[in-house]
Design a protein around this ligand. Structure first.
Ligand code: AMP
Ligand code: MN
Ligand code: MN
Length: 327
């Protein structure tokens, strides 16, 4: 985790006022983009364009085809070039999640809209609602404050952000407000069945093969309360699965009865591992990952560790000892 900065806390009205005061705006999405960061970014982009502002959206890892239904026709290339008056980060807990965009935008982010408890306060102004299931919940409030009507395309984006960050309204972050907003979005006529079928019920042959290989590495600790899986570079290369199609694999072993924490190690380089942690209500993933230099949510967090596979596994097992050993 990067050192904590200081941000001025703002509410939706405050965020809307900041946005109203700028005409040239850049929106930033996080590395390894998911439905929430992209949904937040494109819903806000739609609202800014409706207000007649000049705006563009950037993501260090580009815009994956998996989510292209949220941005039909958009390739990222036809966007206007300009020096921004305001940079808005959406669903980004830490500047390290800016990846290649970090050198260009670090220290220049005027507004961050987020819901991660581990947010490192890197932006000048911060709308942080840790009670929101997804950042799109706050984006919706900002759009309302801006006085822009939610159109069909914005509704698709907002609904997708809600659905993907809640595992299709199953995870413990789902609230009545989440369902009410989802229902509101459905009223605009969006095809929620189709969105959920694409996001949760469709896997490519290659993805299923990768999932099989990852599950083959299942390893238990602490009397089956912790499970570790590994996704090697070799498995990734041999199956040819792109990053955006790996969504959800880390969470599969949490389904195993009695498992309180599921850790997946994705090999980035020979000795560099992306840790994805998914937990039950008995383990705080955000706290554990923060101790290891990362962060996230209570039930879903991440960090990056260096070392051999055995070293990294041992470090994670040790890190979770107090949580998983009966007192
Ligand atoms: P992932 O396992 O990559 O899907 O990440 C799970 C959650 O933790 C997501 O909400 C991420 O945004 C968040 N997260 C992952 N890595 C970090 C990090 N290094 N710092 C802060 N949050 C993170
Ligand atoms: Mn996200
Ligand atoms: Mn999110």
């Amino acid at each position: 985790m990067t050192q904590l900065g200081t941000s001025r806390p703002v509410d939706a009205a405050g965020a809307a006022a900041i946005i109203r005061g700028a005409d040239h705006i850049v929106i930033l999405c996080h590395q390894k983009p998911d439905g929430d960061t992209l949904g937040s970014g494109f819903a806000l982009l739609g609202a800014l364009r409706a207000l007649g502002k000049t705006a563009r959206i950037e993501c260090p890892d580009g815009f994956p085809p998996r989510y292209c239904f949220m941005y039909p026709g958009f390739t990222g290339e036809e966007q206007p070039a300009f020096a921004p008056e305001l940079v808005v980060a959406v669903d980004i807990a830490d500047v390290q999640l800016l990846g290649d965009l970090r050198p260009r935008y670090e220290g220049r982010i005027g507004l961050c809209v987020d819901h991660h408890p581990s947010n490192t306060r890197y932006a000048e102004n911060l709308l942080l609602d840790t009670g929101a299931a997804a950042t799109v919940e706050s984006i919706y409030c900002i759009i309302q404050e801006l006085g822009v009507g939610i159109d069909y395309r914005m509704a698709v984006c907002i609904y997708t952000g809600l659905a993907t960050d809640t595992g299709c309204f199953r995870y413990s972050n789902t609230t009545a407000r989440t369902h009410i907003l989802a229902a509101e979005m459905m009223r605009t006529g969006i095809d929620s069945y189709r969105i959920n079928k694409m996001m949760f019920e469709t896997k490519s042959v290659a993805r299923m093969e990768l999932e099989r290989r990852v599950m083959d590495t299942l390893e238990y600790h602490y009397d089956h309360r912790m499970v570790i899986t590994v996704m090697t570079r070799r498995a990734i290369a041999e199956t040819g699965v792109p990053e955006e199609d790996m969504e959800g694999i880390a969470a599969v072993p949490r389904q195993i009865e009695g498992v309180d924490v599921a850790v997946m190690l994705q090999q980035k380089e020979e000795r560099r591992w992306r840790v994805s942690m998914r937990s039950s209500e008995h383990v705080n993933s955000s706290a554990a990952c923060a101790r290891l230099g990362g962060g996230g949510h209570a039930r879903a967090a991440g960090c990056t560790l260096e070392g051999t596979l055995e070293e990294v596994k041992a470090r994670l097992v040790e890190e979770l000892r107090t949580e998983l050993t009966p007192v």
